[in-house]
Design a protein. Structure first.
Lengths: 60, 140
């Protein structure tokens, strides 16, 4: 059976860690907006988990 | 070129603080919004997810499966089924993860950060180009 070529041959590169990513020091308005929206969404997620408990897992 | 992380829902829930600082480098599968929106309770939370979704979309940070991605993913799951590389009961669990894996394989400068590494390693048998890292290792 032929596999889709895109799925590849199994070679993988060394992957970065979170500390390898340095946030832009002078962010553009677009990045500022992106950070703000993310911060608010993540905060809302934490509040909901605290209020109602862990979310149901759709995988099971 | 440095690869960009893709997070699954479980990782976002566990590492929400850390992900705030990585958003400009990251991609988010549309599937996570299905899970976040479907399980949001407060109206204010729903509105914040909606805003986040819109801003990510504007910044082209959302990865959405095409018809072909569903097709290729179903073929990969079929191979797992036929090769018995995953227990039958696991196939249901692997549906969403396989779709996320497909998005990562298609967008070659990405890798998946997950707490469910074992599941993604099963998928990797059928998608060898998939790059996966344990969230514990990635964030520490």
């Amino acid at each position: 059976m032929l596999k889709n070529k895109l799925n590849g041959n199994g070679k993988s590169d060394k992957l970065p860690k979170a500390t390898d990513f340095e946030p832009t020091k002078n962010p553009s308005p677009k990045i500022i907006e992106l950070r703000k929206a993310t911060r608010e969404a993540m905060q809302a997620l934490r509040v909901e988990i605290e209020k109602y408990g862990k979310k149901p897992d759709f995988r099971h | 070129m440095v690869k960009s992380p893709i997070f699954d829902t479980n990782t976002i829930e566990t590492y929400s603080n850390e992900i705030e600082n990585l958003v400009e480098f990251s991609y988010f599968p549309s599937i996570i919004f299905f899970e976040l929106i479907a399980t949001s309770i407060d109206k204010s939370t729903f509105e914040k997810y909606t805003r986040w979704h819109n801003v990510l979309k504007k910044n082209e940070r959302i990865l959405t499966p095409t018809e072909n991605d569903w097709w290729e993913t179903s073929k990969a799951i079929r191979r797992m089924y036929l090769n018995k590389s995953a227990q039958q009961s696991m196939l249901k669990t692997l549906r969403i993860d396989s779709l996320i894996a497909r998005l990562s394989v298609k967008n070659q400068n990405t890798f998946i950060v997950t707490l469910d590494v074992d599941d993604f390693l099963i998928i990797k048998k059928e998608m060898p180009n998939l790059n996966v890292v344990n969230a514990l290792e990635f964030f520490n």
